[in-house]
Design a protein around this ligand. Structure first.
Ligand code: ADP
Ligand code: MG
Length: 291
């Protein structure tokens, strides 16, 4: 594109809080045929809230006390939701020791002489935990589009916690606008398949890539590129940085982590998913002026 077209493009973007880091970012935006969205914090608000605690053959308050102690040591957004929920009750505050985060699947610790694990089915499997009747309850929660995490105590699953994270008001409209522009839309998440598929259906997303470990996100983007797709990745988290770099255009939401903003080619200061189609449209307009 001509320098003038680039200037006009970045000016148009800046007015809406869409920051293109350089000329290449605008030019590449014109060629995108596939947009991959991270789910949590990008399509959803990233403000998870506990909706239900289903306990199986164990003292309810005891589960909360053990879970709260473990999650107090974690920095995961789901952990924050659990801690806020537990802190709003009057269960005793216990201390966790030997805390260990297992990236993308959960966390482990010792609390009050017990081995406590909180996370998804994969964590339970790798820890040799028996899930029993709680498996069906997990499926119910997940098919409602909520995230379900197991709490295990000494090798047995004793509870499932349901956690909801509302979708952003403009997520569905953003996806509709991308479709209008002939762009295919995928969602990439570490969350489980049933939860992800329910949300994807609600938003009109074409492809769901779920249960992806943080280190595999970039690889998923690369696979789409290997199929001949020109990919924009939209994300907010530290975990998203490698995939933002791998994508033809990395787009970070402004409310995201500094690491993601650093890794991106485009930053959406208003954190509004609708600014994704707008950014791509600006790119296309800029390229048109060149011809
Ligand atoms: P996302 O890609 O949606 O941001 P993550 O990769 O961070 O998700 O986490 C994937 C899954 O790992 C979560 O949906 C949850 O089941 C589990 N998990 C990870 N850390 C924790 C934790 N501290 N407490 C409960 N569950 C966790
Ligand atoms: Mg995220």
């Amino acid at each position: 594109a001509t320098p003038t077209a680039i200037m006009v493009g970045s000016g148009l973007g800046a007015k809406r809080g869409i920051l293109f880091k350089n000329a290449t970012a605008i030019e590449s935006s014109a060629r995108i045929d596939t947009v991959v969205f991270d789910k949590t914090g990008t399509l959803t608000k990233g403000e998870p809230e506990v909706t239900e605690v289903v306990v199986d053959d164990f003292d309810h308050d005891r589960v909360l006390a053990l879970a709260g102690a473990l999650e107090r040591e974690s920095e995961h957004p789901l952990a924050d939701a659990v801690v806020r929920y537990v802190d709003a009750t009057d269960v005793p505050r216990l201390r966790a020791t030997r805390f260990r985060n297992v990236t993308g699947i959960g966390a482990l610790a010792e609390v009050d002489g017990h081995q406590v694990a909180i996370g998804n089915r994969r964590l339970m499997e790798s820890e040799g935990v028996t899930i029993g009747g709680l498996g069906a309850r997990r499926d119910e929660i997940a098919s409602g589009g909520r995230t379900a995490v197991f709490v295990a105590v000494d090798g047995r699953a004793v509870a499932v916690i349901g956690i909801a994270d509302a979708v952003r008001e403009t997520s569905a409209a953003a996806i509709a606008a991308l479709h209008q522009a002939g762009i295919r839309v995928a969602m990439l998440t570490g969350d489980n398949r049933a939860t992800a598929e329910r949300i994807a259906e609600e938003l009109g997303i074409d492809d769901v890539i779920a249960e992806v470990l943080p280190e595999d996100k970039a690889h998923q983007v690369q696979q789409l590129q290997a199929q001949g797709r020109t990919v924009a990745m939209v994300g907010d988290g530290v975990n998203d940085s490698p995939s933002l770099v791998q994508a033809d255009v990395g787009i970070a939401v402004g409310a995201g982590t500094d690491v993601a903003i650093e890794a991106a080619d485009v930053v959406l200061m208003r954190s509004d998913p609708l600014d994704v189609p707008v950014a791509l449209t600006i790119g296309r307009g800029t390229l048109r002026k060149m011809r």
